[in-house]
Design a protein around this ligand. Structure first.
Ligand code: ACO
Length: 464
């Protein structure tokens, strides 16, 4: 059986177009600091009419295969997680098959997993389970988490974003899953959902979404700790992990969520909490669970106790979620990429606990261990290939007016037919796929900006 199954290579793509949250805040008439301090967001990526979830997925998969020198024949399973599926029947995975057909590899299992922001984690678990199973044929699994998140005018608008991430899954990985430690919480709620396919904008109950997320954090942590205790025969506390990586709708949500873990540890009488922290928590010890979710005083006290732990264990994961926004299925893995980007030289031997959340509600807490040893790609190679700083620095900032105009344009073409795009790929990096046309039968066509920088139009994903 394959050992140390996990992530052996990673790449990320996000659109080169973005809007600064400070400028958007002023444009929307929100009070100064609401988006930047109140929500904790810096910048937000968005697609223009030439990009969508399929083009971003094509870009990130081709980039990963090329940059790491992976022969497409070496992929035996391809799973996609996305909330932004464009077609109700034809999967994004089938579009991606164009990248494998040219080398004659049609023998690739897997389809799309859909449930809000959780689909990427479902896709990841499918791949990890496959490599760990009797049906594994020795090839790599490939997971794609891709989404565009855009909201109607109103309080949720600053919590959009867009990105696609590809994760190569195999044995003997520098990032290995501790597969036995998984705590899941699934239930029914109408927090964020998408009943109206006309606009592509979700219906949001922001306050309910916030409390559903917190309850899921608590429940998953409880189940995760139980699994850890069952297999390791000792209690799990926040101190057992070096980093905590959260699905990040906006930064404030994870500050509050991480603080809940500290409160949970206090209720379990954790010895790593000092007397001063215990005194801060003491007045809240007898609150019922329901009361604890409504207590603003507890929220503040928990964030106060959590602050030094947050700075050490969570802050290194926040770069991309704050800069790119909520990437739905890609959000958790963008936070993870931020950690690898910031700390790759010191991660060996450390543990990261991951919290995946999808509205509706679906959530799992799980963990990975960073391994030392000889791998085809070590953590520093992975950080270099992803070149996060370069990608962030080469973005083009749009004024809020132009961002809003772009969203209006996107509303008109969302699931429309019979139109050509401008094919203007001047802002896209070389090697980026882009949408050229949706014909009268809703068939979508993509081309690739060639690697030297000029554009090639064509009728299929390879631009021929
Ligand atoms: N300066 C500093 N802070 C400010 C300012 C200001 N000028 N104005 C407001 N704030 C703070 C508020 O105090 C509040 O912080 P707090 O919660 O610590 O008190 C925060 O900013 C947000 O302000 P609110 O008025 O409470 O919230 P608002 O009505 O604007 O909505 C919300 C925010 C709910 C996050 C909204 O953007 C939303 O619904 N987003 C989408 C929901 C979502 O993504 N949920 C997550 C799970 S599902 C998923 O990932 C899709």
């Amino acid at each position: 059986m394959a050992k140390n199954v996990g992530i052996v290579a990673i790449d990320i793509y996000f659109p080169p177009t973005c809007v600064q949250q400070e400028a958007l805040e002023a444009h929307d008439g929100a009070s100064k600091g609401k988006y930047t301090i109140g929500l904790g967001q810096d910048c937000m990526a968005f697609c223009t009419e030439v990009e969508d979830v399929i083009s971003m997925s094509l870009t990130v998969v081709s980039s990963l295969l090329e940059k790491y020198g992976i022969d497409p024949k070496q992929i035996g399973r391809l799973e996609v997680g996305s909330r932004a599926v464009i077609d109700q029947s034809k999967s994004i995975k089938t579009f991606l098959m164009q990248l494998f057909e040219t080398c004659g590899n049609f023998d690739i299992e897997g389809v799309d997993s859909v449930n809000a922001c959780y689909g990427g984690t479902a896709a990841l678990f499918n791949c990890v389970n496959w490599v760990e199973s009797n049906s594994w044929d020795g090839r790599f699994g490939l997971v794609v988490c891709a989404d565009t998140a855009a909201y109607a005018e109103g309080p949720a608008r600053p919590t959009g974003g867009a990105a696609a991430i590809a994760l190569l899954i195999g044995p003997d990985a520098p990032i290995a899953f501790e597969s036995k430690f998984r705590g899941t919480h699934m239930t029914h709620a109408y927090d964020v959902y998408l009943p109206n396919h006309g606009s592509g904008y979700p219906v949001v109950d922001g306050k309910l979404a916030h409390s559903c997320y917190l309850k899921a954090v608590d429940a998953c942590y409880k189940h995760f700790c139980q699994k850890y205790e069952k297999f390791e025969r000792k209690q799990f506390f926040v101190a057992e992990a070096d980093y905590f990586v959260f699905h990040s709708p906006y930064n404030k949500q994870l500050r509050k969520s991480f603080a809940r873990l500290l409160f949970n540890d206090f209720l379990k009488d954790a010895s790593y909490l000092d007397e001063a922290s215990k005194e801060i928590f003491a007045p809240f010890a007898h609150l019922s669970e329901v009361e604890s979710y409504g207590s603003r005083d507890l929220e503040k006290a928990a964030q106060q106790v959590a602050k030094p732990f947050y700075d050490a264990k969570v802050q290194p994961t926040t770069l991309l979620p704050k800069q790119v926004g909520n990437m739905y299925t890609a959000s958790l893995y963008a936070a993870f990429i931020s950690l690898v980007h910031n700390k790759h030289s010191s991660l060996a031997g450390q543990r990261a606990v991951m919290f995946s959340y999808g509205a509706g509600v679906t959530a799992t807490m799980f963990s990975v261990k960073f391994n030392e040893g000889t791998f085809p790609f070590c953590l520093s190679n992975i950080a270099a290939v992803m070149s996060v700083d370069k990608k962030l620095k080469s973005r083009h900032e749009f004024a809020p007016e132009k961002f809003v105009e772009t969203l209006h344009q996107m509303e008109k073409i969302y699931r429309a037919k019979d139109f050509m795009t401008s094919k203007d790929c001047s802002l896209l990096a070389p090697g980026t796929y882009y949408l050229t046309e949706v014909d009268s039968m809703y068939r979508r066509f993509y081309a690739r900006k060639d690697k030297e920088g000029s554009s090639k139009n064509g009728n299929n994903a390879n631009g021929h």
